[in-house]
Design a protein around this ligand. Structure first.
Ligand code: UTP
Length: 278
């Protein structure tokens, strides 16, 4: 029912300079796999096989990562090293990839609006790949959990998690009516509030399911916090006109857009995932 997923990957990644001067942040490897591949694997597992990237200048490595490298394929064919290509081959087999560009980085809302042609007039997932979400083996990934909910509610869904007060100003924060354990109907949303202005401690993280009316709403949304077109502002309009759900996902999230989160993710993946695979 939902077939498509958008990956906004055009941002500058300034918190990782100088590493991100000529390399996309989304290509930073957590152990042996780039961040963006973790996100794409999660979206394919949720059944979303049409993957669209909103890229920008200096992001060619992302497109190349999801394309064949004939020379490399020929070099390692039949050798013991071939196993290292298994995961990306699997991704390339299952997914269809397309790209569009964001010419000036005017915020997440603007990046998503740039993906309009790729997503068309149907509901779609959104993954911010610098939020690395991991679940235990055999459990649904975060996007798969949200797709199941969408089947029930048929409106936009944001993933949320509780965050401590001193972190709250880094996130979009919701207020909502509790529908059941871990599920809220959104009544208010504020982008990066001061702790005293935050409507709750429930912060939006980088997983969304959006209904396509969001595009017209973004178009008529004025730039907000930091002069950027904020997805949070558009979602609030959508919540007031109809319905937006906030879902406290099951699993772990690492903020790999920050150095500390990236190091935590690396340690976790090395100990719990990588060392069991290789
Ligand atoms: P972030 O704000 O975390 O990414 O956006 P950033 O701006 O690249 O990072 P810093 O703050 O400078 O270190 C979350 C996601 O949205 C994308 C980013 O690429 C990232 O994956 N994004 C953000 C866009 O595609 N376009 C934008 O205009 C802004």
């Amino acid at each position: 029912m939902i077939k498509k997923c958008l990956f906004p990957v055009a941002g500058y990644g300034t918190r990782f300079l100088p590493a991100t001067k000529s390399m996309p942040k989304e290509m930073l490897p957590v152990v042996n796999k780039p961040l963006v591949q973790y996100g794409v694997e999660e979206c394919l597992e949720a059944g979303l096989a049409e993957v669209g990237f909103v890229t920008g200048r200096g992001k060619r490595a992302i497109a190349d990562h999801f394309d064949l490298n004939y020379e490399l394929e020929r070099e390692i064919a039949g050798t013991s090293k071939e196993q290292y290509l298994a995961s990306i081959r699997n991704v390339m087999e299952k997914g269809q990839f397309s790209l569009t560009r964001q010419t000036s980085m005017k915020g997440l809302g603007d990046a998503i609006l740039n993906g309009r042609r790729l997503m068309g007039d149907e509901p779609f997932g959104v993954v911010l790949s610098d939020d690395l979400c991991l679940t235990d083996k055999g459990e649904d990934g975060v996007l798969a959990q949200m797709v199941k909910l969408f089947k029930q509610f048929r409106c936009s869904i944001v993933a949320i998690q509780e965050v401590p007060e001193d972190q709250i100003s880094k996130f979009g924060v919701i207020a909502g009516d509790k529908i059941k354990d871990g599920l809220f109907q959104v009544t208010d949303m504020v982008e990066k509030p001061a702790p005293e202005d935050a409507p709750s401690n429930l912060a939006i993280i980088g997983r969304y399911i959006l209904t396509p009316d969001i595009f017209d709403i973004i178009e008529s949304t004025a730039p907000g916090k930091n002069g950027e077109v904020q997805l949070t502002d558009a979602l609030l309009t959508q919540a007031k006109n109809g319905c937006v759900m906030a879902y406290k996902f099951k699993g772990r999230r690492f903020d790999c857009g920050s150095v500390e989160g990236f190091v935590d993710a690396t340690n976790y993946v090395y100990e719990n995932v990588y060392s069991k695979e290789f």
